[in-house]
Design a protein around this ligand. Structure first.
Ligand SMILES: [Zn+2]
Length: 623
């Protein structure tokens, strides 16, 4: 999974069954599922699930509470209503709803099928507490788009997770499916019903489907066939307009990975949000073995969208390495309703995000300077989280506080942990073996169907490599001692240093110092948790200040646009009066605008560095 923090300001500114079956035992007959995408009533989809015959009096039916890759309890059962359990004569059987995701059905021997209505998650993200992250969510947009993350639509019966599933989907005639699920085409069958097959429940939820107008693009990356499906509500983007950059990026990824066992098919399901209040707002993506669902705003520029796609899709594709091909028993035997969490998020998300950055510099998609900037950004972003928290402990307990609120650090400090490991490994092996080598070895040993024991992985890595890694893991990953990144950077002849650079008044390049609060009339506030420029600092502004007026003009999103435009013409002598609301207090800030500068920490080469360190840096950055 990869969550992107997209500044609203940025997006808003526009930058850019028959009774005979009763004889067949439930565990030897396929689960038949019917999903009706044509007869939508009040934005809900009817799902019918027909198992074989049960021998038990009590049958438990589940909709997942949590799915692999998300690390949060999302309770997909809360989107289900009108649940019915029917006997072979069509009479309703009694059931008890045990919790949000569990239905206990009595008189199970007579159970023929269950049916229920599914609500989608996208249009209620703003209303519900702890909304489902959009790439794991569902969309029902009658006649236009369906995002079928199937864990939101299809459940499972206790003891029947391993039976094959046959999913028939009645769809609008003009929409087509993109999915990794195998499709069975039968002659003479109804043309608007798609029939998909899965070997077991895991495969159902590992294979999302997007229905859109049929405008996909398919391209070949060596032996992998990649299909890009794009839903763009206003027609701003098409699969063909985004294909070239994806093809270039994934070719580079495949070159970086070299010989590693992977999929022969990969589907990118891109959903672009209109940014209306009833549309998706969780930007980023979720990984699957042979596909990914990506959600991004439609209102950003092509350059921004492509860069976001490069960063997000590369991350998801690298998940093929871990956790998909290197994972613990907790993941292999994932319990969708009572999961045990693995302690290795430093690897599942950290290594993945590290690869998604290092491959770009190694393959020439970004320059050295940009790579250093990304590492510096991750170092700074990591400061927002608890640096004294054991990473393995956080991972094991990620569903609970205070660990839960530190989750996003897996992308920040998780990356940096892997950078340190990579530098250590490369140094010790004289440039021969880095983290990629380590992951390849582990994936050869394990692979998609063979899990490792959670508490043995680190011992195993140490045994395969160098004792120094034992100390590093014990101190900084299992242990809770913060890492001094400069010690590791020094080993490749680098250090960090604070430099001053020019910025705009309201923006640093295209990154704003301000953001919009949509829920409060598009009011504008100074961003928190970032380094402000001298313009804001010298005026005395603070992060969180709500800008009420500038030079007596009341400020909201509309009103600030022309002022940002004018600011490019300001001279250092220009006077400004800004009224801000800080908590309850209204404060007037006045002064000259000055020349805006920003103090930034950057990574730079060390003076007088030995050639072996420079050489090691070359190997690290160029592969
Ligand atoms: Zn991820």
């Amino acid at each position: 999974m990869k969550k992107l923090i997209v500044l609203v300001f940025f997006v808003m500114l526009g930058y850019g069954c028959g009774s005979s079956k009763a004889l067949i035992a439930a565990d030897s007959t396929p689960m038949t599922v019917a999903i009706d995408l044509v007869n939508i009533v009040e934005d809900k989809v009817l799902v019918t699930m027909d198992p074989g015959a049960f021998q038990e009096d009590t049958v438990l039916f589940y909709i997942p509470k949590i799915i692999p890759g998300t690390y949060s309890e999302d309770n997909y059962g809360r989107y289900i209503e009108g649940f019915k359990a029917l006997d072979y004569k069509g009479n309703e059987l009694q059931f008890n709803k045990e919790d949000e995701n569990t239905w206990r059905i009595s008189n199970g021997k007579n159970l023929d099928k269950v049916s229920y209505l599914v609500n989608d998650t996208y249009d209620s993200e703003n209303e519900v507490k702890e909304a489902v992250f959009s790439p794991a969510g569902t969309n029902i947009l009658d006649d236009k788009n369906f995002v079928l993350n199937l864990h939101g639509f299809v459940g499972y019966f206790k003891g029947l997770k391993e039976v094959p599933y046959e999913i028939s989907i009645n769809r609008p005639a003009h929409l087509a499916a993109t999915t990794s699920l195998k499709e069975r085409k039968t002659e003479g069958s109804e043309t608007n019903v798609d029939l998909f097959l899965a070997n077991r429940y895991f495969e159902v939820i590992d294979s999302p489907i997007q229905y859109t107008e049929p405008t996909t693009e398919t391209f070949q990356i060596k032996d992998i066939s990649v299909t890009l499906s794009v839903y763009s509500p206003n027609g701003t983007y098409t699969a063909s307009s985004l294909k070239d950059r994806m093809e270039e990026m994934m070719t580079a990824q495949k070159t970086f990975l070299g010989d590693i066992d992977g999929t022969k098919e990969y589907n990118i399901l891109l959903y672009l949000s209109s940014m209306e209040p009833t549309d998706a707002t969780g930007f980023g993506a979720l990984e699957h073995h042979t596909s990914t669902v990506v959600v991004l705003p439609e209102t950003i520029s092509k350059e921004r969208l492509e860069q976001a796609m490069v960063d997000v899709v590369s991350h998801e594709f690298f998940h093929i390495v871990t956790p998909l091909n290197i994972h613990s028993e907790e993941i292999q035997y994932f319990d969708f309703n009572d999961p045990k969490m693995s302690e290795h998020l430093w690897m599942y998300e950290g290594t993945t995000e590290y690869f998604a950055n290092i491959f770009q510099i190694q393959q020439g998609l970004i320059e050295e300077e940009e790579f250093y900037k990304r590492i510096m950004d991750k170092t700074n972003n990591a400061k927002a989280y608890d640096d004294d928290m054991s990473f393995t402990e956080m991972s094991r307990s990620i569903l609970e506080e205070p660990y839960k609120k530190n989750y996003a650090n897996v992308y920040e400090k998780g990356t940096l942990i892997n950078m340190c490991l990579d530098i250590m490994l490369l140094e010790k092996s004289k440039g021969q073996k880095g983290v990629l080598w380590l992951m390849k070895e582990l994936s050869k040993k394990y692979g998609a169907m063979t899990p490792f024991k959670d508490n043995e992985l680190i011992d195993e890595i140490v045994a395969m490599t160098y004792p120094e890694l034992r100390t590093f893991f014990d101190t900084h990953v299992i242990g809770n001692t913060p890492i001094d990144y400069n010690t590791y950077l020094a080993r490749v002849g680098l250090t960090t240093k604070t430099v001053q650079k020019e910025s705009g008044y309201f923006l640093d390049g295209d990154i704003p110092f301000i953001d919009v609060n949509q829920s409060e009339g598009n009011s504008i506030f100074v961003r928190r948790g970032i380094e402000l420029n001298s313009f804001f600092n010298d005026l005395g502004a603070q992060g969180g200040d709500v800008i009420k007026s500038i030079n007596d003009t009341a400020i909201n999103l509309e009103a600030i646009r022309p002022i940002i435009g004018q600011s490019f013409q300001w001279s250092p002598e220009t006077e400004i009066k800004m009224t801000v609301l800080r908590g309850e207090e209204e404060i007037t800030l006045e002064g000259k605008v000055g020349t805006p500068v920003l103090q930034v920490e950057t990574i730079v080469p060390l003076d007088d560095v030995s050639p072996d360190k420079t050489q090691l840096r070359e190997v690290w950055l160029k592969g």
